[in-house]
Ligand binder design. Structure first.
Ligand SMILES: Nc1nc2c(ncn2[C@@H]2O[C@H](COP(=O)(O)OP(=O)(O)OP(=O)(O)O)[C@@H](O)[C@H]2O)c(=O)[nH]1
Ligand code: SF4
Ligand SMILES: [Mg+2]
Length: 359
């Protein structure tokens, strides 16, 4: 993927290139990763921790992104004589990077990783997760224009847009704000709801959300995530959804969280399953999970539908999909749906995880 130096795109000035910082504890494999991506021996690698002291820069053309600049940093997790210098240089990259790539060892999430994460947030590093990228891509493929904005600029951008968007799509975690700031008549929904439809069955998810109102003290709820990631502070599946469920129902619920391929056998023990957007699952896998829940007689909903219901904005965000709203209102009556729309995008990093987590 390394580009031809004669190609004009490879002569893009340094400052115009997308800056990609490689971070990770010493010896985790940052330089090896850079060499692998560029297909060249750009950075020295060795089994000795602290090999990279100064920042190694490597410009390349990375399709389809375009001209980028990789910044291989030294780890700042050790206490050697050189670590103070490394720390200083790596911190400069915190300020410079547009994208943070954090290399980690399995099951190793230390203060160092938390520091990098905090820096990414502090410097407002852009973070588009898989469902957002896929939605934008889909909009472009269908000759639509997609405008991406964070929740802080949303109202302002909407006012200045010059035309009414055909659809606004937001991160579930800012759905309440998005609904409040979107004038009536502009269809809006969330990435997670789009994924409930793409990967599973939106009507089933809407019917499942209707079961929230019937939850009582002691009822068990399963929050199921389809991939494994390191939980972050205020994690959506482990912290926020359980908190919102307890607040909205006022009940003493027993909430379990599972992740990855670990979908439990004892589904019948639960009164409700709240499933993630399943961006890492195939549609078939997700439908199989819905079928298993159905066979066990347990309502199943998804993060986006559940969050919108808990914030009392479900009707608004299901307007583009009227059959799903009908399913919510008549949960005992199975139905099917099919709807299409062009796309306007509102994206959020708030409380999000820095990889493809939770639309
Ligand atoms: N087993 C295994 N070893 C790896 C992998 N990636 C790198 N290594 C080895 O791990 C050691 C450290 O790799 P580097 O790429 O130098 O690590 P680094 O993060 O750049 O280290 P510092 O510059 O010291 O911070 C080298 O001996 C590599 O050959 C990997 O994926 N698997
Ligand atoms: S990234 Fe989030 S939404 Fe996607 S499969 Fe993993 S847990 Fe589910
Ligand atoms: Mg290195």
């Amino acid at each position: 993927m390394a580009g031809n130096p004669e190609d004009p795109v490879n002569r893009a000035p340094k400052s115009l290139r997308l800056q990609i910082g490689l971070f990770g504890r010493t010896n985790v494999g940052k330089s090896s990763f850079l060499n692998m991506v560029t297909g060249q021996d750009v950075a020295v690698t060795s089994a000795v921790p602290g090999t990279t002291t100064d920042v190694v820069e490597k410009a390349m053309e990375m399709l389809p992104i375009g001209p980028v600049m990789f910044l291989d940093t030294g780890g700042i997790d050790d206490a050697t004589r050189l670590s103070a210098q490394r720390l200083k240089r790596t911190r400069r990259v915190f300020e410079r990077a547009d994208i943070y790539v954090l290399l980690v060892e399995p099951d190793c999430w230390t203060e160092y990783e938390k520091t990098v994460l905090a820096a990414a947030r502090q410097y407002d590093c852009a973070c588009l997760i898989l469902p957002q990228v896929q939605t934008i891509r889909d909009a472009l493929d269908y000759e639509s224009a997609a405008v991406v904005v964070n929740e802080r600029r949303y109202r302002q951008v909407l006012e200045r847009l010059g035309r009414t968007p055909d659809l606004v799509v937001c991160d579930s975690q800012v759905v309440e704000q998005m609904v409040n700031e979107t004038p009536a008549g502009i269809p809006c929904t969330t990435f997670s709801i789009l994924f409930a439809r793409l990967k599973g069955d939106l009507c089933a998810a809407a019917r499942g959300a209707a079961a929230i109102e019937a939850l009582g003290d002691g009822d068990r709820v399963l929050v199921a995530e389809a991939c494994t990631h390191h939980p972050v502070e205020d994690d959506i599946g482990r912290v926020k959804i359980p908190r919102w469920l307890r607040e909205a129902t006022g009940c003493d619920l027993r909430i379990d969280t599972t992740s990855g391929r670990d979908y439990p056998d004892n589904l019948e023990d639960y009164r409700l399953i709240v499933h993630c957007g399943a961006c890492m699952l195939t549609r078939r896998e997700m439908l199989a999970r819905i079928q298993r829940a159905s066979a066990a007689g347990v309502p199943i909903t998804n993060y986006g539908v559940c969050i919108a219901a808990l914030h009392r904005v479900l009707r608004r965000v299901l307007e583009p999909f009227p059959e799903a709203w009908t399913a919510y209102e008549n949960p005992t009556k199975p139905n099917s749906m099919n709807a299409t729309a062009s796309i306007q995008t509102a994206s959020s990093r708030q409380g999000g995880f820095p990889c493809s987590v939770h639309p």
